[in-house]
Design a protein. Structure first.
Length: 264
């Protein structure tokens, strides 16, 4: 009996210029969070929420595709959106640690979405003024989607936090657990600093005060307490991830890794 060896697609190489790296970071945020939301399909607490989470996941996937395509165009090395999504190793991903965290219960998913959307809404609105015309156009579309994501998540945070004793406890536990992942959203390294100085990118640190105000107002209405701890988790932007991303990518990339170049 003869066995045919399985062919596994190799990782691509990426020329991480500042602009390529910038686009990949934002694309990775959107792809990974979109995938997390897709995991709720068929499992949400009600049909309307099943559809809402799926639609938000599709919004994020659309953002990822546009950013990956722009990164490929800018890099000019023959990569495309599929290769960036399916043929990079876990250390090549540059997404925030927050978005790769497991869904957990419904409250945890909503709080994760709320923390990210409160940032993304501000960030993409500011990016509409980017000196890079393509990024400005992507931002204009993404901001409209992020505004809805923020409104939807905020309403749910309030319902859960100011609801039953059980829903309040679960929402508070999610806030306490995920808070340490929020500071990474406002960091910028030397690579990104050059883009900020040239007007291509926005300094995320300038958005932190407004983000905290938005989060605090919603948390107050939801009767939830924000943690006072200052220690924060970091590393996603430089490719140092939690164990959760590897498991996510093994599922996300399984088809392309097993059948390289497959299309439908």
């Amino acid at each position: 009996m003869q066995f045919k060896a399985m062919v596994v697609a190799a990782n691509i190489e990426v020329l991480e210029t500042p602009l390529v790296l910038y686009a990949l970071r934002r694309a990775d945020d959107a792809l990974i969070l979109g995938h997390r939301l897709s995991e709720w399909c068929g499992h949400a607490p009600m049909l309307e929420e099943d559809m809402a989470l799926a639609n938000m996941g599709l919004d994020l996937l659309g953002q990822a595709r546009e950013l990956y395509s722009y990164a490929a165009q800018t890099e000019g090395k023959g990569n495309d959106e599929d290769k960036f999504a399916y043929l990079r190793d876990v250390r090549q991903y540059r997404n925030l640690l927050l978005v790769e965290q497991p869904n957990g219960d419904f409250a945890r998913t909503i709080v994760r979405q709320f923390f990210y959307a409160a940032f993304a809404d501000l960030y993409w609105r500011a990016m509409t003024k980017s000196s890079d015309a393509t990024l400005a156009a992507i931002a204009a579309k993404s901001e409209k989607e992020s505004a809805y994501h923020l409104r939807h998540a905020s309403e749910w945070v309030i319902r859960l936090g100011d609801g039953t004793a059980e829903s309040h406890a679960r929402a508070q536990a999610a806030v306490d657990d995920l808070w340490s992942f929020t500071a990474e959203m406002f960091d910028a390294d030397d690579s990104e600093r050059a883009l900020i100085e040239s007007g291509v990118a926005v300094d995320p640190a300038t958005l932190r005060a407004q983000w905290l105000k938005t989060v605090s107002l919603v948390a107050s209405e939801a009767t939830l307490a924000l943690p006072s701890a200052e220690w924060m988790q970091k590393g996603g932007r430089s490719g140092r991830h939690s164990e959760h991303l590897g498991h996510l990518l093994s599922e996300l990339q399984s088809m392309q890794r097993t059948f390289p170049g497959a299309s439908w």
